[in-house]
Write a protein that binds this ligand. Sequence first.
Ligand code: DOR
Ligand code: ZN
Length: 347
Amino acid sequence: MTTRITIRKPDDWHLHVRDGEMLKAVLPYTAKNFARAILMPNLIPPVRTTADCSAYRERVLAALPPGSKFKPLMTCYLTDDTDPDDVERGFRDGVFTGVKLYPANATTNSAAGVTDYKKVMRVLERMEKIDMPFLMHGEDTDPDVDIFDREKAFIDRHLSKWIKQFPKLRFILEHLSSKDGADFVKSAAPQVAGTITPYHMMLTRNDWFGHGLKPYMYVMPVIKTARDRTALRKAATSGEACYFLGTDSAPHPYSRKVSTNGVPGMFNAPVALETYTQVFEEEGALDKLEAFASLNGPKHYRMPVNEETITLERTPWTAPEEVKVAGPDERALVYRGGETIAWKVVG
Ligand code: DOR
Ligand code: ZN
């Protein structure tokens, strides 16, 4: 049995670190294990322009532990009014790594998202021209679509058309949650790639509300069936270049998660890399972990791979139940908090 594994330092291609005291509390967990991370722009107010983004990047850098070499990669929150010239300027100046689509009201802080795709076609055209990646929360928010079918509906109604309309645009279907999503990405690779979270590979909807309701497992896209989970595990551990790591770690104050109208998002940064490693071990695919965590993402984003390495050992430890946050937020629940975690980062 393998008890120790060393891989190139990974990157997290989908991450929420928020702002203010929450940012300070959660960022060190990612900066410790990941060299870079794509930071989501769904703040209140959202990160909509190059100016918003430069200011947010400064706040992120200021929240890093002293001496950290972690590099935040920033994204532009797409709205009906996004200016293609500002997007291009931000990309050329190295401020934006990509543009992020939130369909309006699809998830947390997406009220300012896109209401009518016709309005953003000019932005997509420009991105195709300048070779700028397009990151998508790929869910159709039509109220007639069942919440478990939203990913498939988005692919069928929109993405399958866009890949033909913009043949040179590079797409990332984020937080794949279904067999349909995983299959589509493979069929449309290398133009389309997909990120996979640790929890969509660990949990099913039975875990979420089959034996008591677990509010912390409420995420968007929602956790689906065992069949979907199996497909995602096979996809991630296949080593195929179209699948890569994106934790979607998304902390919220405890009171907003555990509420009669709770918000979606699961804070998993403290256990993310260890959980991925467990999944790859369970699938007999530890030899593919480096491709998923450290090679496939940079390839799709056309960035160099990291030169540093990270080592994990099979040494059990207990995950913290929560992380303290200064001020009124007080604390954020941690995914797998209190559980024994099999793998530990040791160097
Ligand atoms: O569960 C989610 N939480 N999904 C998202 O798409 C957004 C995220 C958040 O910002 O909390
Ligand atoms: Zn997210």
